[in-house]
Design a protein around this ligand. Structure first.
Ligand code: NAP
Length: 249
């Protein structure tokens, strides 16, 4: 199996790479931090597994196109690279917002489009898009981030239906965790993070449920998703605003 993971240099992506190493022949690990990618390559390389690292900024769409042309024919694409930002919407950096949209939305969109076309032609392959429980609700104080994840959810749901209609064997899933202990909170300027699930557990759960479309680890998060289906958006906004307010620096 030939696997490509974006955002493999830390957190969820790195754990997914560690777990998938045993069942892969070749892995392409993508991120910006060359040192961390090299360390992971050293850790995972074996007689049975070739690991290639690609250090690139996926916020640049040309890099996404180059990635696909350099590494076509992927069996399992994990679109995981992403980050958030915390703060009142008009006060957060427009440049960081632009990069967040370019990474969380555009890069995921472009890579999924390019690789899915190959997979549909072959009638084989799998895509896991890392969304978030944030993709199912409005997110005051992390408004842009939540909106980027809503894009991932809706895009994936629609494409899933198209694949089903044409009876394609290509599989697509979305991973929708709640808070996970990674570098995410630090990079998002979240001051206080009282709760976070273990990244190893989340990655293991994600791979064990890979044949499902919605992959929602942790019972409490699954319960909150049920609530989100029936609760009105203004009520959800108020609850999330209160929750996010506790995370100020
Ligand atoms: N942690 C949570 O609470 C949580 C909850 C739900 C969903 N998620 C989602 O899970 C995914 C992984 O996040 P994480 O929690 O594992 O955080 P993390 O430890 O900060 O990892 C983020 C990964 O994305 C990569 N990345 C970010 N921007 C990039 C860019 N422009 N180009 C290339 N790579 C880029 C980072 O690599 P470099 O720094 O090397 O570029 C890193 O490998 C994200 O999509 C996030 O939204 C996280």
């Amino acid at each position: 199996m030939r696997v490509l993971i974006t955002g493999a240099s830390s957190g969820i992506g790195r754990e997914l790479a560690r777990l998938l190493a045993a069942e892969s022949d070749e892995m392409i690990l993508v991120g910006r931090n060359e040192e961390r990618l090299a360390a992971l390559k050293q850790e995972l390389t074996s007689d049975k597994l070739t690991v290639r690292t690609v250090s690139m900024d996926l916020a640049d769409t040309e890099n996404c196109v180059k990635l696909h042309s350099d590494y076509p024919d992927i069996d399992f694409l994990i679109n995981n690279a992403g980050f958030g930002d915390f703060g009142a919407w008009e006060e957060t950096s427009p440049d960081k917002d632009r990069k967040m949209i370019a990474t969380n939305v555009t890069a995921l969109h472009v890579l999924m489009k390019l690789y899915l076309a190959d997979m549909v032609k072959r009638n084989s392959g799998r895509i896991l898009n890392v969304a978030s429980i944030a993709g199912f609700m409005p997110g005051p104080l992390m408004a842009t981030y939540y909106a980027t994840k809503a894009y991932v959810v809706r895009l994936s749901e629609a494409v899933r239906k198209e694949l089903k209609q044409k009876r394609s064997a290509v599989r697509i899933s979305i991973l929708c965790p709640g808070p996970v202990k990674t570098n995410f909170a630090k990079n998002a300027n979240i001051g206080f993070s009282f709760y976070g699930n273990d990244v190893k557990k989340i990655a293991k759960y994600a791979l064990s449920r890979r044949d499902r479309f919605y992959i929602v680890p942790v019972f409490a998060v699954r319960l909150s998703r049920f609530f989100l289906k029936i609760a009105p958006a203004p009520l959800v906004s108020s609850i999330i605003y209160k929750f996010q307010s506790t995370r100020k620096k």
